[in-house]
Design a protein. Structure first.
Length: 395
C-alpha cells in the first residue's frame, strides 16, 4: 500500500479537514511500509483533547471521549472508528504507569514511543516523518528501542514482551544488542506486571505467522522461564509451526507445556473458556489414521471436530486427512434424557441416571449409529434390569 492509498481510506478526509495538523501514526504507518494488512488507523494531533473534540464535532462528526484524561478520543467517520490522541510527553514513569503532559511537538511525542518502527508518522500531504530511522530499521528487520533502550524499558516493563511481539512479526536475527542488554537487565521486573497484560502480549506473540525466532530468543534471554516456567517443549512448538498448523495462541502454548496446566491458568488469569480449552487440548482421545468411521463417530460424540484436530496437531499426526474425514461425518448426538426414562414408567431416582449412562456406553460401543427406537428399547431394558437388581437386594 502506498501513502496515497492509505490516506484515501474512507473517513479520513473529514478528520483531516477538522484537524489539518493531525497525522497518521504508529501501526498503520508501519504496516503500510511493510506491506501488511492494516487493521486500525490511529492519528495524533498537536491540539489539546478538548480542542480535538470540539473541532471534530464542529464538522459534524460523532465523537466518543473514550480516554479524554489520557488525551484520546474516538470519532466515527464513514462508519469506521478512528482514535485520535493529543501529542504527549512523559513527565514521570514508574515502570507501569506514566504521568504525561500535552505537547505540540511531533518529535517529542515520537521520542516517548517504544520502537523506531512505531515512531513514524504520515501527514495528510503524504510526507513521512521518521525521526529515528524506523523506515530503515523496518526494511532491515531491526526492532530497536527509540533512544536509550534501558530508559525505554524502565518506563514500562511490558515493553520487554512488546519487543518479542514485534520481533516475531518484523525482526530478523541477530537481535539488536542494546535491546538484548536492556531486556536482560530488567527481566526480573516482569513479575511486577499484571497477569492480564502479560497474557495479552503472549497471545500476540504466539499468533505471529512464525513465532519461533521470538520464542527462541525469549528462551535464550531467560524471559520464557521467567513468565512460563512450564514451557519447555520447544521442539514440539517447532514441529507444530513447521507443519503449518493454525496460528492459534492456545494451541501453540499447549505444545510448549509440560505438566499440569491449572497453575499456569491461575497465574495468567485465563478466561474460563481459555482455561477449559487448554485443559481439553491435552486430553484424550486423539484420532489416528487407522481409526475407522465408527471410532471417529465415538470421538465426535464426546468432543467437537475442531478440538479433535487440534489434538492431532499436538500429537504430530497427519491432521489434514483426518480433518477431511471428520468433516464428512455428522457428529452424533446422544438424545436420551431423564424425560425418556420417565415416559417409560421409571420412578425418579439415581437409577435413572445410571440407566442413561449404561445406554450411552452401549451406544458408543456400537459406533453411535443406533436408531432412536433401538435406544429407547435399550433404555427400557436397562431400567428393568436395574429394578430387578434393586428388588433382589431387598430380599
Amino acid at each position: 500500500m502506498t501513502p496515497a492509498e492509505l490516506l484515501a481510506t474512507p473517513g479520513l478526509a473529514p478528520i483531516f479537514a477538522a484537524l489539518p495538523r493531525a497525522r497518521l501514526v504508529g501501526g498503520c504507518v508501519r504496516d503500510m511500509l511493510a506491506g501488511h494488512d492494516i487493521a486500525d488507523i490511529d492519528l495524533a494531533a498537536p491540539d489539546a483533547p478538548e480542542a480535538v473534540l470540539a473541532a471534530l464535532e464542529a464538522f459534524g462528526l460523532r465523537v466518543i471521549p473514550t480516554g479524554l484524561a489520557h488525551g484520546t478520543v474516538t470519532t466515527i467517520s464513514a462508519g469506521r472508528s478512528f482514535e485520535i490522541t493529543t501529542l504527549r510527553r512523559d513527565e514521570e514513569t514508574d515502570g507501569r504507569h506514566a504521568r504525561v503532559a500535552w505537547t505540540d511537538d511531533f518529535r517529542e511525542d515520537a521520542a516517548r514511543r517504544d520502537f523506531t518502527i512505531n515512531a513514524m508518522s504520515l501527514d495528510q500531504a503524504g510526507t513521512l516523518h521518521d525521526y529515528f530511522g524506523g523506515k530503515a530499521d523496518l526494511a532491515a528487520g531491526i526492532v530497536r528501542f527509540v533512544g536509550d533502550a534501558a530508559a525505554r524499558v524502565t518506563e514500562d516493563y511490558l515493553r520487554i514482551l512488546r519487543f518479542f511481539r514485534f520481533f516475531a512479526r518484523y525482526g530478523v536475527s541477530p537481535a539488536d544488542k542494546d535491546a538484548v542488554a536492556a531486556i536482560q537487565a530488567s527481566r526480573a521486573r516482569l513479575a511486577t506486571l499484571s497477569a492480564e497484560r502479560v497474557w495479552n502480549e503472549l497471545k500476540r506473540i504466539f499468533a505471529a505467522p512464525d513465532p519461533l525466532g521470538a520464542i527462541t530468543l525469549m528462551r535464550e534471554l531467560g524471559v520464557l522461564a521467567a513468565i512460563l516456567p512450564e514451557a519447555t517443549e520447544f521442539a514440539a512448538l517447532a514441529r507444530l509451526v513447521r507443519a503449518a498448523a493454525p496460528a492459534d495462541p492456545l494451541l501453540r502454548l499447549s505444545s510448549l507445556l509440560v505438566g499440569d496446566t491449572e497453575n499456569l491458568a491461575d497465574r495468567l488469569k485465563l478466561a474460563n473458556a481459555e482455561r477449559q480449552r487448554l485443559a481439553a487440548l491435552r486430553q484424550n482421545p486423539i484420532p489416528r489414521e487407522e481409526d475407522d468411521d465408527a471410532d471417529l463417530r465415538r470421538m465426535l460424540a464426546e468432543a467437537p471436530a475442531t478440538l479433535l484436530i487440534d489434538r492431532v496437531w499436538l500429537a504430530g499426526g497427519p491432521a489434514e486427512n483426518l480433518g477431511r474425514r471428520l468433516a464428512g461425518i455428522t457428529a452424533p448426538h446422544f438424545s436420551l434424557t431423564g424425560r425418556d426414562a420417565l415416559a417409560l414408567g421409571a420412578v425418579p431416582g439415581p437409577h435413572v441416571g445410571q440407566a442413561l449412562r449404561n445406554v450411552k456406553a452401549w451406544w458408543l460401543e456400537g459406533g453411535c449409529d443406533a436408531s432412536p427406537e433401538a435406544m429407547r428399547d435399550r433404555l427400557a431394558d436397562e431400567l428393568e434390569a436395574l429394578e430387578k437388581a434393586r428388588k433382589s437386594l431387598l430380599f
